[in-house]
Design a protein around this ligand. Structure first.
Ligand SMILES: [Zn+2]
Length: 405
């Protein structure tokens, strides 16, 4: 079976994850897909295939020939799709892109050349699109289809490195690495195959923290409030106004960090402000956290102790520091893309990846493109050729000896 057929099978499972759920996986459909993939891996001939109780699927393909004794390499992708768009009842269709905007079957949703400059390079290509009602799920079922198909191809080659694969639940709600069995995985280094136009290699991501600030006011009848009222709404507003306005997502790019307010709720008595802090540079990241803490201390001093109660939690760190000692991972991936005729593009991620968390759990894990575009939206699509080419890139990595560092 080729990667496209597999991909179309996988997207018939609606697997949106659910942030509101405390179970793992967060939605039962992920277990169904996991069971389906585990059966496929067994049929292909992988060893030690298991779907564990948390919905993680693992499998192992022993090395062969001259590369049988080489270090194992891992490939990982995620089974859930983003809850930010509908993900059930996906009706994919294959079209030939003839230039201009693509009007989807719902008659209303368009993939526009303006929003997707990548389309310029895809005239004449076959694309898989949605009908405009749901997301497509190429994030990250394209990754799964490419890895599983590569495994099938690898069973037929004479020389290959041992290959460990894993498919995780709940990446889109930030839990994909939570219960990953790093020890039992079977490889000491791996790649996530997740997201992005073909050719992308990512090993720098944000350092990330989230905060929740609870602001306590004093609510008094407004007719009798003189000298007494402390309005939590205005106190929260004062906090917001003290964060540097130029350092917001809408004013930053590349490796620049930011403060981002994600929600504010409350009334005169109490307000809750939630936000996130991002920075590629670790020192810059620590400085940003200090700034938020400093502002709260200042306002506490102004309004009275305990009125600005801040909880600040680290989410993940820039994997770069874990990858730098293993730069062969990047060089080997570049060589694998070049062998497939794809120019590799290395760029910093303005976000995080499960690979970043795995890198700090002892499994260095840069990210490779899976080939899709327009993630998390009804306009998500993937060029058919990317599925086949990424499959080959994975085969190329597993059939070459790892270079030295
Ligand atoms: Zn993804």
């Amino acid at each position: 079976m080729d990667a496209k057929e597999r991909f179309l099978k996988y997207v018939s499972f609606g697997t949106n994850s659910d942030e509101e759920s405390d179970s793992c996986p967060s939605t039962p459909s992920q277990l169904e897909l996991g069971g389906f993939i585990a059966d496929e891996l067994r049929a292909i001939g992988l060893r030690s295939v298991r779907l564990d109780g948390d919905g993680y699927v693992y499998g192992f393909l022993p090395g062969a020939g001259k590369l049988a004794g080489a270090p194992a390499v891992g490939f990982i992708s995620h089974m859930d799709t983003s809850p930010s768009s509908p993900g059930d009842g996906i009706r994919p269709s294959e079209i030939t892109y003839e230039g201009g905007d693509i009007l989807l079957a719902d008659g209303r949703t368009s993939i526009t050349a303006e929003d997707f400059p990548e389309l310029a390079g895809l005239v004449g290509e076959r694309l898989i699109v949605t009908d405009g009602r749901t997301l497509l799920g190429s994030d990250d079922k394209a990754g799964i289809a490419e890895i599983v198909t590569a495994c099938e191809l690898l069973t037929r080659v004479t020389d290959r490195r041992p290959v460990a694969v894993a498919f995780t639940p709940d990446e889109e709600i930030g839990r994909g690495a939570d219960r990953f069995d790093v020890r039992g995985f079977g490889a000491d280094e791996a790649y996530t195959v997740d997201g992005g136009a073909i050719g992308e290699i990512e090993y720098e991501n944000f350092n990330a923290a989230g905060f929740s600030l609870s602001v306590t006011g004093t609510n008094i009848h407004p007719g009798y409030a003189k000298g007494l009222m402390k309005n939590a709404v205005l106190m929260a507003n004062e906090f917001l106004s003290m964060l540097p306005p130029a350092e917001r997502p809408e004013h930053t790019e590349g490796r620049e960090g930011f403060y981002h307010i994600t929600s504010i709720s409350g009334d005169e008595s109490s307000c809750t402000v939630k936000g996130i802090i991002r920075d590629h540079d670790r020192a810059g990241f620590e400085a940003r956290k200090k700034t938020v803490e400093g502002v709260c201390r200042y306002l506490d001093g102004k309004y009275g102790a305990g009125r600005f109660d801040l909880t600040l939690t680290d989410s993940y760190f820039n994997m770069k520091e874990m990858i730098l000692p293993r730069m062969h991972l990047i060089r080997d991936a570049e060589a694998a893309f070049e062998k497939e005729g794809v120019t590799p593009v290395i760029k910093p991620v303005r976000g995080g990846t499960d690979g970043a968390r795995l890198s700090f759990m002892g499994l260095p894990c840069p990210n490779l493109s899976a080939g899709g575009l327009g993630f998390h939206s009804r306009r998500e699509f993937i060029p058919v050729s990317s599925l086949g080419r990424m499959t080959n890139v994975i085969v190329n990595i597993a059939t070459a000896a790892p270079s030295g560092d």
